[in-house]
Design a protein. Structure first.
Length: 365
């Protein structure tokens, strides 16, 4: 018997989920997107088996419905679900970055006998939209499921077994824990990165050269400040209670640092950096909550043709890159050349390739 999976919202995440689920046996993937051009691309690029024009009409045929839409849009669809004719036993999930509001709304659907299990595939890309969707985007990334208390184990297991075809690491947590943890490791760092950039912008009025000096380590540690402002407006507002708590903790920490500096306690300063280094170095390198390109830093000599030499070695070993750049300000960075890769495996292969063929030192930050 064929299982009908219906993905609503065919952007980067929704499209990638749809592509990945085409590998599931006895499964047909249908898709809908509000934008006609995206629907056309979904058909042309075969992101889904079949494109749907009327989501409410097709929903009655779906065994699983996946919302690949922003949280605010998903909440609107969840309200519409109350009046849709749905298949008995249908399982509904989403891919949103925050879960509290979604799962609160899900309780209203439960009263109508509709199963909704929250989901959050923690993956991303430097590109967006359906053309950036890849079947392997979620591979080895954490895929969080956030069922409400008392959810049927059979329904959760069914959804889990389907989503495993994304090759993500399936983890079940409650919505509050999800929003707290993602605030710590993803949402709050975006605020800090943005604030550092704002501080730089203020400083450059008095010291114009500051911007030029920021091209190295500063640009790297504030990379996420270049994320989509509208997307992060929504995430910040949806998780603002958790973020206010994180800000309070941060302000306490900064007050402690200020006291250390006021006292001129060199030993305490070293201890502060030492503890941070040890914790940071113990963190896993790949597949966290924040999307970061897999960067490889390469120490290369400065002579004509050296970049084409390095990329030539990578091409010989069929290793694809997503970006390449020269670092002009080399304070707090490990190499003059930075090469970005789609996967950690590609980065590791590249490091071995370059070190074996050119004897250039490579570093992973």
């Amino acid at each position: 018997m064929t299982r009908n999976v219906f993905v609503i919202g065919l952007g980067l995440i929704g499209g990638s989920v749809a592509l990945a689920l085409q590998k599931a046996p006895h499964t047909k993937v249908f898709g809908y997107d509000y934008h006609e051009q995206t629907r056309q691309l979904a058909d042309t690029l075969q992101v889904v088996h079949e494109v749907v024009e009327d989501p409410a009409e097709f929903a009655k045929e779906a065994d699983v419905i996946i919302f690949g839409t922003p949280v605010t849009i998903t909440l609107e669809f969840m309200e519409q679900l109350k009046s849709w004719e749905l298949k008995k036993g249908v399982i509904i999930t989403d891919t949103g970055s925050t879960k509290a509001q979604i799962m609160e709304k899900a309780l209203e659907l439960r009263e109508l006998g509709i199963t909704f299990i929250g989901g959050h595939p923690m993956a991303g890309s430097h590109k967006s939209g359906i053309t950036a969707a890849k079947p392997y985007l979620l591979e080895n990334a954490y895929y969080m499921l956030t069922p409400n208390e008392g959810e049927e184990i059979e329904k959760l297991a069914t959804l889990d077994s389907l989503l495993k075809f994304t090759l993500g690491k399936m983890v079940v947590v409650d919505a509050k824990a999800h929003d707290h943890m993602t605030a710590v490791v993803s949402h709050f760092p975006h605020i800090i990165a943005a604030s550092l950039v704002h501080q730089l912008n203020t400083e450059k009025k008095s010291y114009p050269m500051t911007s030029s000096l920021a091209a190295g380590g500063f640009r790297d540690i504030t990379r996420i400040a270049s994320s989509n402002p509208a997307l992060w407006r929504d995430i910040t507002m949806q998780n603002r209670k958790e973020l206010v708590g994180q800000l309070d903790t941060w302000l306490d920490e900064m007050s402690r640092v200020r006291d250390i500096l006021d006292y001129g306690d060199a030993e305490a300063v070293e201890s502060y950096f030492s503890e941070a280094r040890d914790v940071r170095d113990s963190l896993p390198i790949a597949n966290g909550a924040l999307y970061m390109p897999y960067d490889l830093y390469v120490d290369i000599p400065d002579y004509p043709g050296v970049i084409s030499e390095v990329t030539g070695y990578l091409a010989e070993d069929n290793i694809s890159i997503t970006n390449i750049r020269i670092v002009e300000t080399r304070v707090d960075v490990f190499g003059i050349l930075v090469i970005s890769f789609q996967t950690n495996e590609d980065r590791e292969r590249a490091a071995k390739c370059i070190e074996s063929k050119a004897n250039y030192e490579t570093h992973i930050s």
